[in-house]
Design a protein around this ligand. Structure first.
Ligand code: MG
Length: 395
């Protein structure tokens, strides 16, 4: 029986993780929950899963959470704020920590969990994208497992089981193409937040759905794959696969290609991250190739989606540049969701922030360097987005 601490329990990854726990009560139990601000759902989860420790990130909501579970006996330990989330991450009883917190906020709790010797079911990309120079040595030092829960990285990880050292030649990351895959650049200039939030295949949180529409999500996944699997950027390619049935592929030295297939359902990679190396039986709908009929592939359009190239460039620059790219992107997505900037402003502004950082970048950054770069990039995005540009002044 594995004991799980779940960070981001009320979000998309969190609720799907709890679905899995509820379906496999003999395999998993929840010992810790951390959530941002959804008191009602968090209180329901506490009642259903009886964790020993709970944190709510939004400190002012602690009294409301206390009131919502006042009748429970026994009571879980209740904490608040980022420090509370860190305590849930390193809770002594947990074997594995699921990091479902969106954005760079997931970095410090994940580091705390690694230092406490927990295996990590990695559903937070930023941990590696921003934090890899610090996180990877810690993973080595503490001998913990980094188990990818992102569908593409899980696919690669599954394909790699049994591949000998040196056998891997290339990674092929598949991308659905996002909400706007059939629009022209001219049409992209006028898309709205509501349009961008309609993902054709996957049901996910708001931030990652926007990242899918710009294909920054795929760019970030390239960086994540580089760090997770130790593969050079030239050996990681992106292929557009609109059906989202093949979740990624690996090419071996002898040109054999292995793929992992499944419905577009995040629970499968999450389950494998939790059950690894075991395979647990589920009652989920089996894949039906005849029903799918056709799987298609095409070249990614870098003119239309410059975010992929921005991510490759930031990845190759290394040091703090991936953290800068990631933070600039998080801030740009927030500005787009607030309807402060246009869809096509996002890549343009991110590129400008990365350009401005270029001369400050250095190899082997410390955690403080990474956090400072993250803060700088967020601020710089606000500055850059207020520059008078033809696109903004013409609105
Ligand atoms: Mg993914």
């Amino acid at each position: 029986m594995k004991a799980i601490s779940l960070l981001g329990s009320t979000g998309s990854i969190g609720t799907q993780t709890l679905d899995i726990v509820a379906q496999h009560p003999d395999q998993f139990r929840v010992v810790g929950l951390a959530a941002g601000r959804n008191v009602t759902l968090l209180a329901e989860q506490i009642r259903q899963f009886c964790p020993a420790i709970v944190a709510i990130c939004e400190t002012e909501l602690l009294p409301a959470l206390k009131a919502a579970i006042a009748d429970l006996d026994p009571q879980p330990t209740l904490l608040a704020g980022e420090a509370g989330v860190v305590e849930v991450a390193r809770w002594s009883e947990a074997d594995v920590v699921v990091t479902g917190i969106v954005g760079c906020a997931g970095l410090l709790p994940t580091i705390a969990a690694i230092e406490a010797g927990k295996d990590i079911a990695l559903a937070n990309k930023e941990t590696l994208i921003a934090g890899a120079p610090v996180v990877l040595p810690l993973v080595q030092k503490h001998g913990v497992k980094l188990l990818p829960a992102d569908s593409e990285h899980s696919a690669i990880f599954q394909c790699l089981q049994g591949v000998p050292e040196g056998g891997l030649r290339r990674i092929l990351l598949t991308a659905s193409g996002g909400s706007f895959r059939d629009l022209s650049v001219e049409q992209l200039a006028h898309v709205t937040v509501a349009d961008a939030l309609k993902h054709p295949n996957w049901s996910m949180g708001r931030k990652i759905t926007i990242d899918s529409a710009t294909l920054m999500n795929k760019g970030l996944e390239v960086i994540e794959a580089h760090y997770l699997f130790g593969v050079a950027y030239d050996q990681i390619a992106i292929v557009i696969h609109p059906q989202s049935i093949i979740h990624s592929l690996i090419e071996l030295q002898d040109t054999s290609v292995l793929a992992q297939l499944g419905w577009a359902d995040m629970r499968l990679p999450l389950l494998y991250a939790l059950s690894y190396p075991e395979r647990l039986a589920t009652n989920w709908e089996p894949l039906d190739l005849v029903k799918i009929g056709t799987l298609t592939f095409r070249e990614p359009d870098h003119q239309k989606y410059p975010c992929m190239q921005l991510a490759y460039a930031a990845g190759r620059a290394g040091g703090c540049m991936p953290a800068v790219l990631n933070a600039a992107n998080e801030q740009a997505v927030a500005l787009f969701l607030d309807e402060k900037i246009q869809f096509l402003d996002m890549p343009r502004f991110i590129e400008r922030v990365c350009d401005r950082y270029q001369n400050h970048n250095r190899p082997d950054p410390s955690l403080d360097d990474i956090i400072a770069a993250d803060r700088w990039a967020r601020q710089e995005m606000l500055t850059v987005s207020q520059l008078p540009t033809p696109m903004i002044s013409s609105r």
